[in-house]
Design a binder for this molecule. Sequence first.
Ligand code: TXA
Ligand code: MG
Length: 318
Amino acid sequence: MNSKIGNNVELATQLLISGGLVAIPTETVYGLAANALNEDAVLSIFKAKKRPLFDPLILHVPSIKAALNYCEELPNKAIEIANQFSPGPITFLLPRKNNVPDLITSGLPKVAIRIPDHPLTLQLLQQLNFPLAAPSANPFGYISPTSAMHVHQQLGDVVDYILDGGDCKVGIESTIIEFEQNKIIVHRLGGLSIEQLEFFGEVELRINQSANPSAPGKLKSHYAPRKQLIIGDIDELIKKNSNKKIAILSFQKSYAENNLVLSPSGDLTEASKNLFSFLRKLDDGNADLILTEKLPDTFLGKAINDRLKRASAIENEE
Ligand code: TXA
Ligand code: MG
């Protein structure tokens, strides 16, 4: 086993204190973490991912109390939602305090904060006296990693250590929300469903791409495999592409040989857990293109469909 991968929280702590880059497990995807208050360390995240500086980073903290060190206020609704779902796959956009470096927010007035739900990472965060900035631990634009091995394959050379916490149980990034008056604005669909948020009041979706996106996860061509991915009716797509070597990513049913099934029982939670690792497997295989289909557009299906759509875009709108 590679010496850079392990579950040594003490080593991860020391490396982060000295300004290093450590990949951390979360319930959603692996993050590429550094001390969020150390600008050089934060710059090394952007460099390692080849990420543009206009794309802001999420602060990871161990508790709601710790979040209050970095935001001016927590609206009541945020507290209610956090009480129910944090630690968990939800990120809050909140008015930033001045101690948050401009580099973290790309100069925006709000800072993104979340409490990740993974025992090793919570232990790590509790031991540190600074928050961790952590984007997904993939090269910018590629599929997010859901295992330590995924991180190692692509960023093994640039990280100081990969804290191995096993496979991510949610498998899709956190839902990003903001509060406007009494409304919950969703900027990125993710591991916490709209249906779960609707319990707390009116929800508005603002997830469409724009030329100058406030959250680049909104860009159409993001989370993308290298191979072309086509969404549609799989039977028809197989006929249309009979002259090509195809791979298939389907929801419940198996259509052909080179076919990964997200959840034979039709469970959206299982499908979301498998999504990125299956996409990677097919991307690493020998097919010319990947065929897939839309999942039911409810609960986690919405976020899965969003990722498939962005992964299928050929044109990058940047
Ligand atoms: O589940 C997750 O959120 C994972 C794990 C590692 O925590 N992190 C993650 O980070 O997905 P990243 O950087 O890959 O995606 C964060 C998204 C980006 O699209 C970014 O533009 C948006 O959050 N974001 C961060 N700070 C923001 C801010 N202040 N205002 C608007 N959008 C922000
Ligand atoms: Mg990302």
